[in-house]
Design a binder for this molecule. Structure first.
Ligand code: ZN
Length: 266
């Protein structure tokens, strides 16, 4: 079998937008909030059905464009590391520090990344798992918590008190890949952290669209895109710009990472 070692890609964070006021929670009630989150009902979602080509959704089509895109991780031959489009991307959510309205924004962002990639995300409900901190590495499998197979993607509404990595950042993302029998590198899990206190400020200021833009940006990393310079692309590295509609370069890149190989052995 061609199972390689798990390799994590570089952490990627988006810094705060300029001009926003940072809210600091007065007491650290992470544990109790996480416990509450763990008791939330798991939304029942019909399993996705497989098409004749093995994919779960039609392959994406993007118009030709000169707008740029980059990949989060590339293989030696320059191809992007991508997810298997024949498997759903299962995710769990730690809403310990999720502001009012955050979950609706997450749903919108997931719908937008599905539409642009042709990848299918499946909501596996709430978790009390915390994102890794410092030198911690999130296990790609965690049978005690999630059963056999790869851990679902962890989407965590948290803050810089829980993870100093978020100090000055609106969010961060880190997909994790394995080497399939085909020798292709394939993403199998990962995590996204969103600064819940920062998102709360933006939502309170009527700037929910900026939170959506940050969430789309982080999901863009999760599925395999890196940064570009132009501020009209969601994947921009300009911290003062958070578009909440994909640019043409975003769409071209998302279409490519959405058409990875199917890897039945993973
Ligand atoms: Zn980024």
């Amino acid at each position: 079998m061609g199972f390689g070692l798990a390799v994590v890609a570089l952490l990627c964070s988006l810094v705060f937008l300029a001009g926003a006021v940072l809210y600091r929670a007065q007491d650290d009630d992470t544990a109790s909030a996480a416990a509450e989150g763990a008791t939330e009902e798991v939304a029942a979602e019909a399993p996705p059905t497989t098409r004749a080509d093995g994919r779960l959704a039609p392959p994406p089509v993007a118009a030709a464009t000169d707008d740029p895109f980059t990949f989060f991780t590339t293989e030696a031959d320059g191809d992007p590391v991508a997810w298997d489009p024949c498997d759903p991307i299962e995710y769990v959510v730690n809403s310990a520090r999720a502001p009012e309205g955050a979950m609706g924004i997450l749903d919108q962002a997931v719908a937008k990344i599905e539409e642009a990639t042709g990848l299918v995300f499946v909501d596996e409900g709430a978790t009390d798992e915390m994102a890794p901190v410092g030198d911690e590495v999130r296990p790609d499998s965690d049978p005690g918590r999630y059963g056999e197979g790869w851990s679902p993607v962890l989407i965590s509404w948290t803050d810089a008190m829980a993870d100093p990595e978020l100090d000055g950042a609106a969010g961060l993302a880190l997909p994790s890949f394995r080497v399939a029998a085909s020798e292709e590198e394939v993403y199998v899990t990962g995590y996204v952290e969103m600064a819940g206190d920062y998102a709360a400020d933006l939502i309170a200021a009527g700037r929910s669209a900026d939170v959506l833009g940050v969430m789309m940006h982080e999901l863009g990393h999760l599925v395999g895109l890196g940064h570009v310079t132009p501020s009209d692309q969601v994947m921009t590295d300009d911290p003062n710009s958070t578009p909440s509609e994909w640019g043409d370069g975003d769409r071209a890149g998302l279409a490519l990472v959405g058409t990875g190989e199917c890897e039945p052995d993973l």
